[in-house]
Design a protein around this ligand. Structure first.
Ligand SMILES: Cc1cc2nc3c(=O)[nH]c(=O)nc-3n(C[C@H](O)[C@H](O)[C@H](O)COP(=O)(O)OP(=O)(O)OC[C@H]3O[C@@H](n4cnc5c(N)ncnc54)[C@H](O)[C@@H]3O)c2cc1C
Length: 1016
């Protein structure tokens, strides 16, 4: 909606704003100096808030402590964490904290201290949560209604990680609706509703109202599976809605993080359409999202088109920090406004839009901000919105004076009331604490900072306008330009993977799959010395989900073609080595452009040729682009000679030089990314490449030919020779003209390559160098205080993502102490919820393994595991083809084969450890050192892991796969590799030999003057 529609450019805007300010001032007067209990210092909760507001360090630690608190089941754990979290806090600590710290040191006091802390946190919880049991909740609701407020009830809970948990959650709602029905008879209708039994609140609103989060009804919501996710949520929601209709209740669909927005809207529209006669269904819309303007307009148009009135709860949005961080981490456009005033202005704009459509739309304004409330009141008056077409909503426990003044002036106030056990509801509590202590929170500014009324009521649109002021932005631009660019290239940034929350990206992927399907069955030649080279013999590359489906026919190189490729590379070498480093880098950048332009299609090939899920395939293509961009910049850095310490009369330089012909032997599991990484590193450093793709993914490998041909890379620099491993791989490795071998794959093969490369052949002029990334037996430690809401999905994606076929995959999980049973139960529930099927269909979380050989090998390991320990859980797999059921093995000890050997499939061994130290020992007790992870909220344990968890890539409190170029240079040591780090600053050095040139620049004792003045 344009600014003009809001009336800012005419007199109306000025008049409207004046009225909003006057109403706001009136409301502020109505607060009469009263403070919400949150900000009353004579109350325990108020004191905690006060300390948090005054001390940012304390606030951070407190939020973290509240977060870990549910996991601290013993007094000892509690006092230990208290010391860890607050023991070293500098500056004056609040009195009770000092007391608690003292008490934490005495062993006898620990149980007492635990009681005090539990009591305090429960008190804090009670501030925002109306009851931990249904009985208490009903009592609170009776009180709330007797005070004149309506309610909407929401059940708090842990994150739903499995379908069993989602089912249980839906069950809780069913019980809640039943209890509400039982209690309703005792509640007279609110103001104006009349006395009869059928009376409605305010004459039109049902007394029973619930709020509900779609993500709690289905554990497998995935944006790429949009329709499937909507339908799965609806399957659990429909019976609840029908029960609610029978109880004549209302429902609001809460809005969660941005990733779920489209799905929530889809659920809302579907439900509204299925039950057209029942209109007490609303949806929360977040004003802080840039998209929401269009979404609200779309919803209003949809409502008019279908003749279905809609209810909109307009809020600002509760996940601001999360959205900003998530977008930054993925390189996506930040979906929220980044200036608070922009959100406030959007709230007013959207409120106006809904109020103007009062014939078909009902507005629930969810805010505690007096300016926003006043704006809604004045906009409603201006739009002649009848009073039964809008209400106000506030959160329970947040702003009692605001609630009171709204009740006095408007009458229609609804409290959003979370209920449920306080401990699992901790995530909600942390969000509320964050919100109230945020610098720009209206409540903080008003009740804690004492900001004056003029500032509190200022028109947010004015502030937005000011920020757009060309003079202000010119000054910003000037500041930005003042910093000179460090090189001609912009700094490296990771290529964002596809964002499937966006409909257009889902459509593009679907279209790409359809396009690729039309290209199936073609024949792919070799590429040698800049030309395609057909061979008589071809091999079919097939779809692992349906091995009878041929993706394409691939020409097979024999020794003669391998010789030709090596000859082509050898003869191109000298010229290529002497090509300026920047020029070499420029070819990589052009190839990156080629891949970027085709990123959906390239990902679609991976879905069909190797069974990667949409998101996994998209991430692989993004990584390939990253390697090209990153290594191009690295070569710019390393390409010029570097001056070394040089006394007068002498010049010392170091420089790097290419080694010669590099053979690249690539795996199938990251068919484009790893191939592209090894090939581009070799090429940009001045080597010429003979590239052998995996026999399972030769067609994806062929796309590198297209990328480098498009970049006009000189002939002979890159040669593509797919072929049988037995026929040409060893031949290439043994070849006397080869100087470097870059390999990624299993440890057995890697070690054989190292051994073979070590023996010198007749006619060989160089010691061969092997750059080798091999296997892993990666472990994740689950500490006793881990956040299982994060740990379970983290382990799941690490162990079973792409069917566990990544060298970084987790294959062992080591669980510390008493948390074992809960963790394993939740993990098994989550694993049970993963559906297996063709990767092409985004409904499936997992797909087939690479081929029949892989399947047989994995199944035989499962048999071994069942003998060594036992199968704790085995999922279902479609019959035939290359599917392997997700399997979790229990009672596994460190000496067992399944705890030592790489399986490379969806098999996870669970082990126990009594202490964190024992867990670390077990994690380190293999031949491998690739990736590892820890889920813990103990600062001491995290530090111990940093120090002694010996792996190439250690991840703390996150999944252990998905390393990003530049951010997490990837590679291990021990038998996992030779310590090279792909995507890191040292990687290119492995493809080059260092040289030093020393020159005597004195002539008969004469040294140039400049050299005397400025010796290095
Ligand atoms: C009844 C009710 C139901 C709710 N339901 C939901 C829901 O379903 N989903 C949901 O996400 N939230 C929900 N909320 C929370 C709501 O989104 C707000 O977080 C909360 O109400 C604070 O907004 P305010 O107007 O009261 O306070 P204010 O202090 O005026 O606004 C704070 C809000 O401004 C925004 N903001 C803060 N900093 C910035 C910045 N730098 N740039 C841009 N914007 C910024 C954030 O949204 C923040 O929450 C609900 C709130 C209520 C009252």
């Amino acid at each position: 909606m344009s600014e003009r529609r809001q009336g800012r450019d005419d007199g109306e805007g000025q008049g409207l704003n004046a009225r909003i300010v006057a109403t706001g001032a009136d409301l502020l007067r109505g607060l009469a100096g009263e403070k919400p209990s949150l900000f009353q210092r004579d109350r325990w909760v108020g004191r905690i808030m006060d300390w948090s507001l005054g001390n940012a360090e304390f606030r951070t630690r407190l939020l973290r402590f509240v977060d870990v608190f549910p996991a601290l089941s013993t007094s000892r754990a509690l006092s230990h964490h208290l010391k860890e979290y607050f023991g070293d806090m500098g500056g004056p600590a609040p009195g009770p904290l000092r007391w608690a710290m003292g008490a934490a040191s005495g062993p006898l006091a620990a149980p007492f201290l635990a009681k005090v802390i539990r009591y305090s946190i429960e008190k804090l919880g009670q501030q925002f949560i109306i009851g931990d049991t249904s009985e208490r909740a009903m009592k609170s609701l009776s009180r709330i209604r007797s005070e004149g407020c309506a309610f909407s009830l929401d059940i708090l809970g842990e994150a739903v990680v499995s379908e069993d948990e989602a089912e249980a959650y839906a069950g809780q709602y069913a019980v809640l609706i039943r209890d509400l029905r039982g209690a309703e008879g005792k509640w007279p209708a609110l103001a104006g509703g009349g006395e009869s039994r059928d009376a409605l609140d305010w004459g039109y609103a049902p007394a029973i109202s619930i709020s509900l989060k779609p993500s709690s009804l289905h554990s497998q919501i995935r944006p790429q599976n949009f329709e499937g996710s909507v339908e799965a949520v609806l399957r659990r929601l429909r019976p609840l809605y029908e029960q609610l209709i029978e109880a004549r209740g209302a429902m609001c669909i809460d809005m969660e993080s941005y990733a779920y927005k489209g799905i929530s809207l889809g659920v809302y529209k579907a439900l509204r359409k299925e039950y057209p006669g029942y209109r007490d269904l609303s949806i929360a819309m977040q004003a802080y999202l840039r998209d929401t303007g269009a979404d609200v307009e779309d919803l209003l148009a949809w409502s008019e088109k279908h003749g279905l009135p809609v209810g909109i709860r307009l809020v600002k949005g509760a996940y601001w920090d999360y959205e900003v961080v998530r977008a930054r981490q993925n390189g996506w456009v930040i979906p929220v406004y980044t200036e608070k005033a922009e959100t406030d202005a959007a709230f007013e704009r959207l409120a106006r839009l809904v109020l103007e459509h009062h014939d078909t739309a009902y507005l629930a304004a969810g805010t505690h901000n007096i300016r926003s409330i006043a704006a809604v009141l004045e906009l409603a008056a201006q739009a002649h919105t009848p009073s039964d077409r809008y209400e106000f909503q506030v959160l329970y426990g947040m702003a009692e004076p605001v609630r009171r003044v709204l009740l006095d002036r408007v009458g229609r106030v609804r409290l959003y009331c979370p209920c449920g056990p306080i401990v699992p509801g901790m995530a909600y509590l942390v969000r509320r604490l964050l919100e109230n202590t945020a610098n720009q929170s209206f409540l903080r500014l008003m009740f804690s900072e004492g900001t004056d009324a003029g500032d509190l009521l200022r028109d947010p649109a004015e502030a937005v306008e000011k920020a757009r002021d060309p003079q202000a932005s010119t000054a910003r631009k000037a500041r930005a330009l003042a910093a000179p660019p460090s090189s001609d290239l912009p700094p490296f940034e990771n290529q964002p993977p596809a964002d499937f929350t966006r409909e257009e990206e889902r459509d593009r992927f679907r279209e790409a799959l359809a396009r690729v399907r039309q290209k199936l069955g073609r024949t792919y030649p070799l590429f040698i010395n800049g030309e395609d080279r057909a061979t008589e013999e071809t091999e079919a590359s097939t779809n692992p989900a349906d091995p009878s489906e041929v993706i394409g026919w691939v020409c097979q190189a024999r020794r003669i073609e391998a010789d030709e490729a090596i000859a082509a590379a050898s003869s191109a070498f000298e010229r290529w080595r002497n090509t300026d480093a920047s020029t070499r880098a420029s070819y990589l950048l052009k190839a990156a452009g080629h891949l970027r332009a085709r990123r959906f299609e390239l990902a679609a090939w991976q879905v069909l040729e190797i069974g990667k899920q949409w998101d996994q395939a998209s991430a692989d293509v993004a990584e390939a682009i990253d390697f090209l961009e990153y290594y191009a910049r690295e070569m710019e850095r390393l390409g010029s000679p570097r001056l070394l310490p040089s006394p007068p009369g002498e010049r010392n330089y170091s420089l790097y030089e290419a080694r010669g012909v590099a053979v690249v032997i690539a795996p199938w599991n990251f068919p484009l990314a790893i191939s592209c990484g090894m090939v581009s590193a070799a090429i940009v450093t001045g080597n010429c490449v003979v590239y052998k793709p995996s026999p399972l993914t030769p067609i994806i490998g062929r796309h590198l030919v297209e990328a480098f041909s498009d970049a006009l890379l000189p002939a002979g620099v890159f040669n593509y020779v797919p072929g049988r491993t037995g026929e040409i791989a060893e031949y290439l490795i043994d070849h006397e003209a080869v100087s470097t071998i870059a390999f990624t794959g299993s440890t057995d093969v890697g070690l054989r390559i190292i051994e073979k490369a070590a023996s010198t052949r007749q006619g060989q002029f160089q010691v061969k160098r092997v750059i080798c990334e091999m296997g892993g037996k990666n472990a994740i430690i689950i500490d006793e205080d881990a956040d299982l809401d994060e740990a379970v999905p983290g382990v799941l994606v690490s162990a079973f993502g792409f069917q566990g076929q990544k060298c970084s995959s987790c294959s062992r999980v080591i669980v510390v102490g008493a948390i074992y049973d809960v963790f394993v139960e939740r993990l098994m529930g989550a694993a049970k919820s993963l559906a297996l099927g063709p990767a092409e269909d985004p409904a499936f979380a997992l797909g087939p393994v690479a081929d029949d050989r892989a399947r047989s090998r994995i199944l035989s390991y499962i048999e071994v595991g069942d003998k060594e320990g036992r199968v704790l859980f085995q999922g279902e797999a479609p019959e035939g083809r290359n599917y392997v059921p997700v399997t979790i093995l229990g009672d596994i000890e460190i000496g067992h084969r399944v705890a030592q050997e790489e399986i490379f499939g969806p098999v996870l061994a669970v082990m126990r450890a009594a202490t964190f130290e024992e867990a670390l020992d077990k994690a380190n007790a293999t031949r491998f050192a690739l990736t590892g992870g820890v889920f813990s909220r103990s600062p001491d344990h995290l530090e111990a892991a940093r120090r002694s968890f010996r792996v190439g890539n250690l991840y703390l409190n996150r999944h252990i796969t998905g390393a990003l170029v530049g951010r997490q240079p990837f590679g291990g040591f021990k038998l996992s590799g030779l310590g090279t780090k792909a995507g890191g600053a040292e990687y290119l050095l492995h493809f080059m030999d260092p040289r030093v040139v020393t020159e005597n620049i004195a002539r008969k004792g004469f040294v140039p003057e400049a050299d005397l003045e400025d010796p290095c």
